[in-house]
Design a protein around this ligand. Structure first.
Ligand SMILES: Nc1nc2c(ncn2[C@@H]2O[C@H](COP(=O)(O)OP(=O)(O)O)[C@@H](O)[C@H]2O)c(=O)[nH]1
Ligand SMILES: [Mg+2]
Ligand SMILES: [Zn+2]
Length: 314
């Protein structure tokens, strides 16, 4: 039988069969992935082949089908061992809000860069529009202009009031969707509004200030009754960018890609070089200043130092 792993807690896996039936499964023998050391050989989103041996309740997975992509997190920046968070993702959805807890453009841009690095199409969902006053609406409109200008799809919803939930469902339909965003932006509330039967726990914002309230480390995948899946994850900013080089960051900004070939120097990183076409486009307002500043911020993230050292030592 063939199925999709929708939950993974150590050695036990929940596999959803073709008919939608759930099976409790274990792995047979040892699985090793080529090219990557990982703590878990199988992750949510993996397509697997499994058997249910006679007179047993438990399924046995004997094959993991090839992945079209997967995202990983490292234990530490320098760690060589990765944890696979999820596999076979079609769309990355970042849930944000200009209300509380306000999402920074730095967070959004790091998320988008990561999605670009994995070649996963990304969309931005602005939640809590029911509480946007005139000022917040202005800020929201400004962000939509920046991100649609950069080539990203934006959507405005209210999990609480139900605004545009049908539009969101249409966008998620028949895809495996990774949901990410800060705690408290309303991911669980949104998933509940999309799939009424789920009834995930939502938390009052005040609870987030208490210690030990971290969400699950295991990503969980929810089948959608109208087709497709949602994977609820902790923030994507923790995701390690394997095989990713600092000089490639600008290529992860779709609006910069159009200009960078006109820079005077082929190795331009668009910071201080003369004849930089990217900087000229920023000056002319063709590339948003906020996106460019966050590009510079990402260039300065410690992450790259660690990663480059990591690469050098291998
Ligand atoms: N006003 C308003 N509050 C919301 C909305 N969506 C979620 N919330 C509230 O925000 C808080 C956090 O929501 P939750 O779904 O737990 O966020 P998560 O951490 O991203 O899963 C809860 O108190 C929700 O009731 C919304 O659309 N409007
Ligand atoms: Mg939640
Ligand atoms: Zn340049």
């Amino acid at each position: 039988m063939e199925g999709t792993v929708i939950k993974s807690t150590g050695s036990w896996l929940t596999v959803r069969g073709e008919s939608g039936k759930m099976f409790n499964c274990k792995l047979r023998g040892k699985f090793r992935m080529k090219g990557i050391k990982s703590t878990n050989p199988v992750a949510v989103g993996d397509r697997v082949e499994f058997d249910i041996p006679d007179d047993e309740e438990v399924g046995v997975i004997h094959k993991i089908l090839p992945r079209h992509n997967y995202i990983v997190r490292k234990a530490t920046k320098l760690s060589k061992v990765s944890h696979i968070i999820a596999a076979n993702i079609d769309q990355a959805v970042v849930v944000v809000t200009v209300a509380f807890p306000r999402t920074s453009t730095g967070f959004i841009d790091r998320f988008l860069v990561t999605a670009e690095a994995y070649h996963i199409p990304a969309v931005i969902v602005f939640n809590k529009i029911d509480i946007y006053d005139e000022k917040l609406t202005g800020q929201y409109e400004n962000l939509v202009e920046i991100y649609t200008g950069a080539g990203y799809k934006c959507m405005a919803v209210s999990a609480l009031r139900g605004d545009n939930v049908d539009m969101l469902k249409e966008m998620l339909k028949d895809k495996t969707n990774l949901f990410s965003g800060h705690s408290g932006v309303g991911k669980s509330a949104l998933i509940n509004a999309i799939e009424l039967g789920l009834k995930l726990k939502t938390r009052a914002i005040s609870a987030y200030h208490k210690k030990g309230m971290h969400t699950t480390t295991f990503a969980e995948m929810f089948p959608l009754s109208f087709g497709g899946y949602i994977i609820d994850t902790p923030g994507i900013k923790e995701f390690a960018l394997v095989d990713f080089d600092r000089k490639e960051i600008a290529e992860r900004f779709p609006e910069m890609r159009k200009y960078m070939h006109n820079c005077r120097f082929s190795n331009c990183i668009h910071v201080n070089e003369p004849g930089c076409a990217v900087k000229q486009a920023v000056e002319k307002g063709e590339i948003s200043l906020s996106r460019y500043e966050n590009y510079l911020g990402i260039l300065n993230d410690d992450y790259w130092e660690a990663t480059e050292k990591d690469f050098r030592s291998t």
